[in-house]
Design a protein around this ligand. Structure first.
Ligand code: GLC
Ligand code: CA
Length: 565
């Protein structure tokens, strides 16, 4: 609504100073549910096993909703739990509209959905859009003959003479991206494992089938999807060879630039179509978006904010633990215009505990990381066990590796088993995850880093997560406020303000192993108070107030305080 001429002067006098000091008014608008929600990724094989077969299941998840609620989780993203031969542990789907018997039944899912609703927790599923399992009935038909009804649902091509594949494209999981199928004498394309043939998204029937899968789950109460591997939906129809780069990758294949088989512009048309259907249900679309910079990330929101609401900022997971590096990245993402989506770990990368940890102060560093990404402007997606300081438990012998890329790339690539180990519920056998033999071994650290112990310890990583999440849910500045970087030349301490109307929260993170002294002058932001009121700190000296002119920080200290206007 535009102010009338008579009101314009009042508008300018009252509002402009606010707008300029708080950089943007975007957060004054009311938020969508997914902007205020905290998301939590569950790897269903590893969360909780209800029937003692060593594999987590839907009933197991259902039994842990109280824990998630108390932690401060508003939505869970469950990685694929659909019927699957489990070559890629569920990312090879053989039926999109069912639950794998190893995880339970559709009735179990209904119970979970109902119970989650009671807890105020939404469910997001994983939509594997790029490929199916080779055991999916679509592919079984497709490979049956060159004239099969679903032949064109996948990418089939003749090889080159002399038995060479159609071009030089390499699978990200090793070897050629083409597999020869002797039954029909052609090659099919797979960006991932040969058991994960790529769907042909240029075929409108494929497009409609997948859009309908999303509808099918919305009708069953699902609040959105995490879209798997969206970058790989389209391939150059001319099949140009990719440019070859120097050297070989961890599987011994030549390095290539995936120029002709990833990030084709057609991807965005599909995202817009999936978004239209999501909007009919008030659902959210989260993207597995590996991008090289913020400009590329920005494209996934869509030119008219009509693509993904939540493209994940996975660049965040690649940053070195350093105040200037995070400061620069956060500023770039915050300024880019999209709603940021921060992530520090997932089922494909080494756990944050190990990645940021220095081997000496890992617990303290885990608390700094929690306090960082959960207090930024944007939505956070947690990974199960991160709130405990769960660490990677990589296999030490090739014969123990479950993830096929770990067997293929051993010992350079050990696979992703290490970051997928069972949730550590207590210090008992198998960390309380199962009464049977767990599908992956539990690390020794479960003796100390587990839910039962950490709930009792006020200084635990878990209790830092709980306190920060509770602040985030109750403090409007932390939830909705603008982000204002402070002391931007400090090489060790990352600090910022979150401001919303009359409220401000100061976040101070010592990202170094040395004690630090900091000083804040918040007058330019309109705050004249000389002290902050402590909301949360990991320091051993806990005071109700902290002076802003001279603040002493212990190594890897977190300080969060509110600033009175
Ligand atoms: C995504 C998933 C990963 C899976 C791959 C193929 O990257 O996160 O776990 O292996 O897609 O579906
Ligand atoms: Ca089970």
């Amino acid at each position: 609504m535009l102010p009338k001429a008579g009101h314009l002067l009042v508008f300018i006098l009252v509002c402009l100073p606010l707008l300029s000091s708080q950089s943007t008014a975007i957060d004054a608008k009311s938020h969508e549910w997914w902007q205020d929600a905290v998301f939590y990724e569950i790897y269903p094989r590893s969360f909780a096993d209800s029937n003692g077969d060593g594999i987590g299941d839907v009933k197991g998840i259902n039994s842990k909703l109280d824990y998630l609620k108390q932690l401060g989780v508003d939505a869970i993203w469950i990685t694929p739990c659909f019927p699957s031969p489990q070559v890629d542990f569920g990312y090879d789907v053989s039926d999109y509209e069912n639950i794998d018997p190893m995880y339970g039944t559709l009735a179990d899912f209904r119970d979970l959905e109902k119970n989650a609703r009671k807890h105020g927790i939404r469910i997001v599923l994983d939509l594997v859009v790029n490929h199916t399992s080779d055991q999916h009935k679509w592919f079984i038909d497709s490979r049956s003959s060159r004239t099969a009804a679903k032949r064109d649902w996948y990418v089939w091509r003749d090889g080159k003479d002399a038995g060479d594949p159609p071009n030089n494209w390499i699978s990200v999981f090793g070897g050629s991206a083409w597999t020869f199928d002797s039954a029909t004498g052609q090659y099919y394309y797979h960006y991932f494992y040969p058991q994960q043939p790529d769907l042909n998204w240029r075929n409108p029937a494929v497009h409609d089938a997948m859009v309908n899968v999303s509808r099918w789950w919305y009708k069953r109460g699902v609040a959105g999807f995490r879209l798997d591997a969206v970058d790989t939906l389209f391939e150059d129809p001319q099949l140009h060879d990719n440019p070859v780069l120097p050297g070989v990758n961890k599987f011994g294949d030549p390095n290539e630039e995936d120029k002709y088989n990833t990030k084709l512009p057609e991807v965005h048309e599909v995202l817009r179509d999936l978004r239209k259907v999501a909007d009919e249900s008030g659902a959210v679309l989260i993207g597995e978006t590996w991008t090289k910079d913020t400009a590329e990330l920005k494209q996934y929101y869509g030119e008219h904010s009509n693509e993904l609401q939540m493209p994940m900022d996975l660049m965040f997971t690649k940053l070195k633990f350093s105040a200037p590096i995070f400061r620069q990245h956060i500023a770039a993402v915050d300024a880019s215009g999209g709603w940021p989506v921060y992530v520090i770990s997932n089922h494909d990368i080494v756990r944050s505990y190990n990645r940021y940890g220095d081997g000496l102060h890992n617990d303290a560093i885990a608390k700094v990381m929690a306090s960082l990404y959960l207090t930024l402007r944007g939505t956070a997606i947690m990974y199960y066990g991160e709130e405990l300081g769960m660490e990677n438990n990589d296999p030490v012998r090739k014969e123990d590796v479950k993830d096929p890329i770990g067997r293929l790339g051993w010992p350079i690539e050990k696979g992703r088993d290490g970051e997928r180990t069972p949730m550590q519920w207590n210090d008992g056998p198998n960390a309380g995850f199962t009464g049977g033999t767990p599908w992956l071994p539990v690390p020794a650290s479960h003796k100390t880093h587990n839910v039962e112990n950490e709930v009792k310890d006020p200084a635990s990583i878990l209790n830092v997560y709980r306190r920060v999440l509770s602040l985030r849910h109750t403090n409007p500045a932390l939830r909705d406020g603008n982000y204002i970087a402070l002391n931007e030349s400090d090489p060790n301490v990352l600090s910022y303000l979150r401001t919303c109307e009359n409220q401000a929260v100061l976040v101070v993170l010592n990202m170094s192993a040395q004690p630090q002294q900091v000083s804040f002058d918040l007058a330019p932001q309109g705050f004249v108070s000389r002290s902050a009121h402590t909301l949360m700190t990991t320091m051993s000296r806990k005071t109700a107030e902290a002076g802003l002119a001279q603040m002493a920080l212990e190594p890897f200290a977190v300080y969060i305080g509110s600033i009175p206007r």
